[in-house]
Design a protein around this ligand. Sequence first.
Ligand code: BV8
Length: 227
Amino acid sequence: MQNEKIVILTGAGISAESGLGTFRDEGGLWAQHRIEDVATPEGFHRDPDLVHAFYNARRQQSAAATPNAAHIALARLEKEHAGEVLIITQNVDGLHEKAGSKNVLHMHGRLDGALCATCDHRWTAPPEMRTSDTCPNCSAPTTRPDIVWFGEMPYDMDEIWQHLEGADLFAAIGTSGEVYPAAAFVQDAKASGAHTIELNLAPSSRVSDFAETCFGPATEIVPLWVT
Ligand code: BV8
């Protein structure tokens, strides 16, 4: 991996062994809640209390969670390859940063972030966000979790596409490959000549796009892959 531009896409599977639920596995978050109700702007407009309760519970669970051997291995990879490793995470927990990773793009936002829908001000979210909260910057009663919902533009897309264009190695770790545009990143990286590898508990729906695959729990396969 020496002197290679390494772009890593992570999904909920990398945080599963830290006790944070995934979305589409047996009993996952989308089995407990309808996406339309808790992860769309329309759902938030319809019932902000329900959406705040959904994210408050995950924010508190995420704050108490600790990074696992997979997060720690990626932080070590970044340290050993200064300036050449970028993590693009679909996850909204802060476990990559807790493990010591610095170069992380949260394309779907973060649980510890709050956003004002009126003035776009961002601040650190309190453990419990409430519909009655007002923006600390403009005082409007239009605060929301700083999360990218379905139908909303993911963050940092231009920067992400630039990094995919320049990647020598693209790894997808713990993602089902069901959500776009993240699910198509492997094709963007391949088109730019990158070697591609999927590290997952089970084959994702995009497995045939990858040049290489490695299956097993992230805490076992990621530290081995990094060495
Ligand atoms: C966009 C919020 C335009 C945060 C999420 C109609 C209208 C509008 C858009 C669309 C439409 N039809 C399709 C779309 C696009 C849509 C989409 O993809 N829909 C899908 C359902 C078809 N996408 C969007 O709307 C996106 N925006 O398209 O805007 C645009 C397009 C291009 C460029 C610019 C703009 C916005 C998508 C973001 C939505 N927000 N979450 C939150 O609540 O967390 S997405 C949600 O799914 C999660 O955030 C997560 O990030 C994402 C992906 O899930 P995974 O991370 O992969 O998790 P999953 O449970 O699915 O899989 C877990 C994997 O781990 C499995 O493979 C499992 O085997 C593995 N695993 C489990 N345990 C382990 C393990 N692996 C290793 N070790 C283990 N121990």
